[in-house]
Structure formats: structure tokens, C-alpha cells
Design a protein around this ligand. Structure first.
Ligand code: HEM
Length: 149
């Protein structure tokens, strides 16, 4: 029973962290788009600076990628813990795990096609969909805290 509560608490914390990270990565992505820096880093998966500190030219584009990878890790961890539970929370967390992987591949195509309009639009909508999934996971796991065992 204590293990079960701990598991729910982990899902609450991880899904909240996913929400915060998704918000951040979407904010940076929109900034990159609005300031026309989408093509500032033409390489994939790393920018030309490799693992060194990026120059100002593509600083935000590189931060967008780094935060995206960290976000994916947290979304996967949420899915891992939620997979042991049942109900809507399990479904949304696992779906988010799959969609975040798709989103990273979409990001690669956005760069490789030099900002194909349809792909950029799909990348934006998928980000919104991911945020919705993380929000449902958070709300449904949070509600479990107060349910009597
Ligand atoms: C969790 C993963 C990710 C999320 C949630 C995400 C979300 C977003 C969002 C919301 C935008 C703004 C789109 C717009 O305003 O039209 C954006 C832009 C962009 N993203 Fe991502 N992104 C993710 C991962 C990646 C990755 C791994 C790459 C790989 C390079 C990438 C490349 C880009 C680029 C180049 C833009 C700018 C597009 C433009 O200038 O029109 N994204 N992203």
C-alpha cells in the first residue's frame, strides 16, 4: 500500500515536471520560429559546435533541442511508472511516451526539410497534443492522492 502511494506520488511529480518542461520547450520553439532562427543550426542531431557551448547565432535552437531531449526523458520516466497503474492515467502517459518520440523525429524533419510549412504546423500541433496528454496524466494522478485506499 505504501509502495502504491509512493508510485502515485512519483507519477504526480514526474507528470508535473513534464508539463513544466513541455511549456518551456514550446516557449523556446515558438521564440525560435518568431525570430526566424529556425534555420540557424542546419545540422542534425548536433549543431556544428558539437558538445561545446553554442555561439549566439543558434543558441536558442540548441537550447530547444537540449530541453526537448530532457523533456523526452521525463515523459518516458512518467510512462514507465504509470504503466504499472490502470485507468486513463496509464493510457495518456504511455501515449505521451510514444508521441514525444514522434515529436523528436518530426523535429529532425523540420530541420532537414528547411522548415517545410506542413511539418512545422504538425510539429506545433503535436506539441500542443503532448501538453494535453501530460496535463490529463497530472490531473488524474493528482486526484488519486486523495482517494481512500
Ligand atoms: C519535446 C519535443 C519538442 C517539442 C514539444 C517542440 C515544440 C516546438 C514548438 C511548439 C515550436 C514552435 C512552432 C511554431 O511556432 O510554429 C517548435 C519549433 C521548432 N522546433 Fe521543436 N519541439 C520539440 C523538439 C524538437 C527537436 C528535437 C527539434 C530538432 C531539431 C526541433 C526543431 C524545431 C525547429 C527547427 C523549430 C523552429 C521552426 C520554425 O522556425 O518555423 N524541435 N518546436
Amino acid at each position: 500500500m505504501v509502495d502504491d502511494r509512493m508510485n502515485v506520488m512519483r507519477i504526480v511529480c514526474l507528470s508535473f515536471a513534464s508539463l513544466a518542461l513541455l511549456f518551456t520547450v514550446m516557449l523556446i520553439g515558438t521564440y525560435v520560429d518568431a525570430s526566424h532562427q529556425g534555420l540557424s543550426c542546419p545540422a542534425w542531431p548536433l549543431c556544428p559546435n558539437g558538445f561545446n557551448f553554442p555561439p549566439k547565432k543558434y543558441l536558442f535552437e540548441e537550447i530547444h533541442r537540449i530541453v526537448a531531449v530532457i523533456t523526452a526523458g521525463v515523459v518516458f520516466a512518467t510512462a514507465g511508472y504509470a504503466a504499472k497503474k490502470s485507468g486513463i492515467m496509464r493510457k495518456t502517459a504511455i501515449t505521451a511516451g510514444i508521441i514525444v518520440a514522434v515529436q523528436i523525429v518530426l523535429g529532425m524533419f523540420v530541420v532537414n526539410t528547411k522548415l517545410n510549412a506542413l511539418l512545422v504546423a504538425t510539429h506545433l500541433s503535436t506539441g500542443v497534443f503532448l501538453f494535453a496528454l501530460a496535463l490529463i496524466t497530472f490531473v488524474s494522478s493528482y486526484r488519486l492522492i486523495n482517494t481512500k485506499p
